[in-house]
Design a protein around this ligand. Structure first.
Ligand code: SF4
Length: 839
C-alpha cells in the first residue's frame, strides 16, 4: 500500500462518502469535538466503539474518557466507530485504512486503542476494526511499534473469549485507570521501552489484566470511583451533527444498584451504590444543556427511581426546564419506585409508552430471582399509569430462568391479561420476551442456559396464549441470546470461533438485518465447538474462566445468594437494611453514598411553570446559509437540528408552536439532498423578542455552528412577508466534472445539451415509491451550459406548482451519465432565487 498522509486519507475517505448509507457517520466535526496537534502531544489514544456511530455517540462512557484524556494538554484522544459493511467494503477495495474521526489518523499510528466492550455481539466488529486499521488480530503477532490494544466495559469482566486479541483489559470503572495507562505509555515512550516492557509496566497498574504478563495465579481487582461527586463529567458534551440513537444529554445521577436481582450482572459488578448530590447534578445539567444546545435531558442510572431524592430532583429540573421546552427522560424505573408524584412528573414529559419489568410470571419465580415486587404492586402501578393517560405499557419478561416451570410461563400470559384488565378500551400491552443468559459474577453464574429448541417451544406457547388485538408480543432473537450466552461464560477457546466467524463475514451481529446465524453455525462446525458445553450448568467447584477477575464480591456471598434462590428467599437491598456482606465495601473509602445524607436542602415540590404563551412581540428573521464541505453529507433533518442547537447555544429565544407537541418555529425553503453542497440555503425563524441587531445575531449563531454551515445573511422580515414556500422561484447549480472527462466526452455532452435545449419537451422516467412515472422536464430548465475551461456544468432550474427537476435527473437522463459517476460528481447549489418583495 502506498503511504497516505492523514489529509489525503481524509480526502480518499471523503470520495467514498457519496456511495454509502448515512455518510454523516464518517464526517466528524461535532460541536465540542477536540482536534489537537499530534506533534505537541506525548501520547495518542484512539477510543474505539465497535458499533455504529449512532450507537457509540449515545454512549456516556466513551464521552467521559474522551473528556478526561483531552483535558490533559499532552494527551490526544480521538474517536473511531465501526464502519457499516457498505463502507468497509469500499475501504477495503480502495485500500483505505480505518482512521480516527477527528484528524484522520490511521489506527495503526496511535499509541493505544481502547475498545469499549459493551456487548458480546460486537466482538467480530472489533476484529474488523483491527484488520481495517492494519493491526494484527492476534496479540501475539503484534510487534514493537504496533499500538497497545486495550478494552474495558462490562464484557471485560469475563475477558477469556477475547483474550487472544486484546493486550490489556481494564476491569471496572475507567475514569482513573485511563489516565494511569496514558501516563505509563508516555513514560514507556520516553524511556524507549519495548512493547513487552510496556505491557509489564501496564500490568503493574491496579485494575489492568495483561494476558501476556499475568499468570493464572494473579487476581485482578476492579477499579472503582469511590465518590462520583468528585468525578469529572464533561460539561461540554460532544454534540453530533447527525441523528443518533439517543439525541440527548446524559446526566448520570448514580452508579451501582444493590437491589440484588440474582440474574443481573450490572447490579453485581458495579456495586456499591454511589449517588451524586443534587447541587452537583443541577449545575452539571445547566452546564451541559447550555454547552450543547440539546433539548432533552436523560437521567441515567441502573434504576433511576431508586435515586434517594428522585422526586425533588425531577421537580427541580422540571421547574427549571419545562418552560425552556427541555424534555426529561428517565430510562430505568422499577415498579416499586413509582410513587403517584413520580408518575405525575413523568407524565408531564413523556406520554409514549411506559415500561415495567416484572421479569418473571409468578411470585415464586420473582422471589427466586430476588425481584421481590408483587403482582398487586404491578397491577396497581399499571392501573395508575393507564389512568394518568398512557395508552401503552411494555412488560419485560425473561424465559428460561433457573427453576422455571410451565406454571411460570403460563404466569407471564396471565399477568399480561391482568395488566390489560387495568387498561382502557384502546390501550395496548406489549410483552417483550428475552432468554435468560447466565452471567459471570452473579449468583446464577453456575446455572444452565436453555437451548434454541427449548426457547422456541416457550416462545411459541406464549405466542399462542397471547392472541389478543390489544396485546403485542415481541421477542429477542434466541439465536443471538445463544451466542451471548457462549461468550458471557466462555473461555479462551472461543477466540478461534470469533475469528472464524469474522473471516466468514460476520459483522454487526447484534443487528437483526446483519446477523448471519448460518455463518456462526458454520464457524461452530469448523472449530468443533459444542454450544452445549457452554450452556451447561457449572459445578460450584469448577474453575470458571473469569476466576482471576475480582470485582469485589465474595464467592461466599454469591453461593449464599444461589442457595437463597433455591429456597425462594428474598435478600433485602442493603440501602434499606443492613449490609448483606457482599464483600464490595470496605466501609471506609468504598461505601454506599446516598445523596440524602450529603445534602440536606429542602426542595418544595411544586407545579412546574408552563412555557410562556408566545406573544405578538415575536419577530421573524430570514437566514441564508451555507452547507458546504463535509457538512454536505448531512440530511435536511440533521441540518435543521444543527441550526436549532446553534440557536439554543447562542441563547437566541426561538418561538415554539402551541399544542401538545410544540415545535420550534423554523421553516426551510427546500431540502437539499445529502451529498450536495449549497451556498444558498434559506430558513425563516421566529424569535420571541428583539435581543440584538441582525448582524450581532448572525455572529452569535455562527459562533455556535460547525465548520461548513454558516449564516451569510440574516435579515428581519416585515410583518406580512410571504413564506419561503411561496417565495422560492428556482435554483442554480454547478457540477464539477471529474478529471477523467476527456475532450471527446465533453463534445458529446455539448451535443446532448444542444439537443435538449432545442427540444420543445423532454420526458424522463422516475421511480417514486416503487412506481414508475413520467415527467416532462424541459419547461423547468432555464439554462444548461457547459463551461469547458472551468470543467463545470451550469444549470438554472425553476420551481413551480409541480415542483422542479433534480440536477441528478439532468445528469443521468438528459446527459446519459451513469448513475454511479453522477453520484460521485460534486454538485453545488449556487443560489436559490426568491421572488422580490414587490413581484
Ligand atoms: S458490602 Fe454491604 S453495603 Fe456494601 S454493597 Fe455489599 S451489601 Fe451493600
Amino acid at each position: 500500500m502506498t503511504k497516505k498522509t492523514n489529509s489525503t486519507m481524509k480526502n480518499a475517505l471523503e470520495d467514498l462518502l457519496p456511495f454509502v448509507e448515512k455518510p454523516g457517520r464518517y464526517i466528524g466535526g461535532e460541536i465540542n469535538a477536540i482536534c489537537k496537534d499530534r506533534r505537541l502531544c506525548k501520547a495518542s489514544i484512539a477510543l474505539a466503539f465497535p458499533d455504529t456511530y449512532e450507537m457509540g455517540m449515545s454512549h456516556l462512557g466513551l464521552q467521559l474518557l474522551y473528556a478526561i484524556l483531552n483535558r490533559e494538554p499532552d494527551i490526544m484522544a480521538e474517536r473511531v466507530y465501526a464502519p457499516w459493511p457498505d463502507m468497509e467494503r469500499l475501504m477495503r477495495s480502495h485500500n483505505i485504512p480505518l482512521s480516527s474521526l477527528e484528524s484522520g489518523t490511521p489506527l495503526k499510528a496511535f499509541d493505544m486503542i481502547g475498545f469499549s466492550l459493551q456487548y458480546e455481539l460486537s466482538f467480530t466488529n472489533i476484529l474488523a476494526m483491527l484488520d481495517l486499521g492494519g493491526i494484527p488480530l492476534a496479540r501475539r503477532e503484534r510487534r514493537d511499534g504496533d499500538p497497545i490494544i486495550a478494552a474495558g466495559g462490562p464484557c471485560a469482566f469475563n475477558p477469556a473469549p477475547m483474550d487472544a486479541f486484546i493486550d490489556v483489559f481494564a476491569i471496572g470503572e475507567g475514569e482513573d485507570v485511563i489516565l494511569d495507562m496514558a501516563r505509563t505509555i508516555i513514560k514507556a515512550k520516553e524511556k524507549g521501552l519495548s512493547r513487552r516492557r510496556t505491557l509489564e509496566a501496564l500490568a503493574r497498574i491496579e485494575g489492568l489484566y495483561v494476558p501476556d504478563v499475568h499468570t493464572s495465579a494473579d487476581r485482578i481487582k476492579k477499579r472503582i470511583v469511590t465518590d462520583l461527586n468528585a468525578c469529572f463529567l464533561s460539561q461540554q458534551p460532544l454534540v453530533p451533527l447527525m441523528k443518533t440513537i439517543h439525541d440527548r444529554i446524559i446526566l448520570e445521577i448514580a452508579r451501582g444498584c444493590t437491589r440484588g436481582c440474582r440474574f443481573c450482572q450490572a447490579g453485581m459488578v458495579w456495586r456499591p451504590v454511589r449517588e451524586r448530590n443534587m447541587d452537583g447534578l443541577e449545575n452539571m445539567a445547566e452546564d451541559m444543556l447550555s454547552g450543547s444546545g440539546q433539548d432533552e435531558l436523560s437521567l441515567l442510572s441502573l434504576s433511576s427511581g431508586d435515586y434517594s431524592r428522585i422526586e425533588e430532583l425531577l421537580s427541580t429540573l422540571m421547574d427549571r426546564y419545562y418552560s425552556r421546552r427541555i424534555a426529561l427522560a428517565l430510562p430505568s424505573l422499577r415498579v416499586e419506585t413509582l410513587t403517584q408524584n413520580l408518575i405525575e412528573n413523568i407524565r408531564r414529559v413523556r406520554k409514549t409508552s411506559f415500561t415495567l419489568a416484572p421479569e418473571a410470571g409468578t411470585q415464586r419465580l420473582r422471589n427466586r430471582i430476588n425481584k421481590g415486587n408483587t403482582e398487586a404492586d404491578l397491577l396497581d402501578t399499571a392501573g395508575r399509569v393507564f389512568d394518568a393517560g398512557w395508552q401503552a405499557i411494555k412488560l419485560y419478561f425473561m424465559i428460561g430462568l433457573p427453576g422455571e416451570t410451565d406454571e411460570d410461563i403460563e404466569g407471564i400470559a396471565d399477568l399480561a391479561y391482568k395488566v390489560l384488565g387495568q387498561a382502557k378500551k384502546r390501550d395496548q400491552v406489549t410483552v417483550s420476551l428475552s432468554t435468560f443468559v447466565p452471567k459471570a459474577h452473579t449468583p446464577f453464574q453456575w446455572e444452565r442456559q436453555i437451548d434454541l429448541e427449548e426457547t422456541r417451544a416457550k416462545q411459541n406457547y406464549l405466542k399462542s396464549r397471547l392472541r389478543h388485538r390489544n396485546i403485542e408480543i415481541r421477542w429477542h432473537d434466541h439465536r443471538m441470546s445463544l451466542l451471548e450466552g457462549l461468550f458471557a461464560r466462555g473461555d479462551e477457546h472461543l477466540g478461534s470461533l470469533i475469528e472464524t466467524a469474522y473471516r466468514l463475514g460476520c459483522r454487526f451481529d447484534g443487528w437483526s438485518d446483519q446477523f448471519r446465524f448460518d455463518l456462526w453455525e458454520e464457524a461452530l462446525k469448523v472449530t468443533g465447538i459444542q454450544t452445549s458445553s457452554y450452556l451447561r450448568a457449572r459445578d460450584r467447584g469448577e474453575t470458571l474462566p473469569w476466576h482471576r477477575i475480582d470485582c469485589g464480591l465474595d464467592e461466599a456471598f454469591l453461593i449464599a445468594e444461589a442457595d437463597c434462590a433455591h429456597q425462594e428467599k428474598l435478600t433485602p437491598d442493603c440501602r434499606l437494611s443492613d449490609c448483606q456482606q457482599c464483600g464490595v465495601c470496605d466501609h471506609r473509602t468504598i461505601k454506599t453514598i446516598i445523596a440524602e445524607t450529603q445534602d440536606q436542602r429542602q426542595v418544595v415540590i411544586s407545579q412546574p411553570t408552563p412555557p410562556e404563551k408566545e406573544t405578538a412581540s415575536g419577530r421573524t428573521y430570514r437566514l441564508s446559509f451555507t452547507k458546504i464541505g463535509l457538512c454536505r453529507f448531512l440530511s435536511h433533518l440533521d441540518i435543521s437540528t444543527t441550526l436549532l442547537r446553534a440557536i439554543a447555544r447562542a441563547r437566541v429565544p426561538i418561538l415554539f408552536s402551541e399544542g401538545f407537541h410544540p415545535h420550534p418555529k423554523i421553516s426551510f425553503a427546500f431540502a437539499t439532498p445529502v451529498g450536495m453542497e449549497s451556498l444558498g440555503e434559506y430558513a425563516d425563524i421566529q424569535i420571541a423578542a428583539v435581543i440584538a441587531p441582525p448582524e450581532e445575531l448572525r455572529n452569535r449563531i455562527n459562533a455556535c455552528l460547525p465548520e461548513g454551515v454558516s449564516i451569510t445573511v440574516l435579515t428581519s422580515l416585515p410583518p406580512g412577508t410571504p413564506s419561503l414556500a411561496e417565495t422560492v422561484q428556482g435554483f442554480s447549480f454547478s457540477v464539477r466534472l471529474p478529471d477523467a472527462y476527456t475532450d471527446d466526452a465533453m463534445d458529446q455532452m455539448a451535443q446532448k445539451i444542444a439537443a435538449f435545449l432545442g427540444a420543445p419537451s423532454f420526458t424522463i422516467l422516475r421511480t417514486v415509491k416503487g412506481k414508475e412515472t413520467k415527467k416532462e422536464i424541459r419547461s423547468y430548465v432555464n439554462e444548461l451550459r457547459l463551461d469547458r475551461a472551468d470543467r463545470r456544468l451550469w444549470m438554472e432550474l425553476c420551481f413551480g406548482v409541480q415542483g422542479t427537476v433534480r440536477p441528478m435527473d439532468i445528469l443521468t437522463q438528459v446527459l446519459g451519465i451513469p448513475q454511479e459517476t453522477a453520484t460521485g460528481m460534486r454538485t453545488l447549489k449556487e443560489k436559490t432565487f426568491l421572488k422580490a418583495a414587490d413581484d
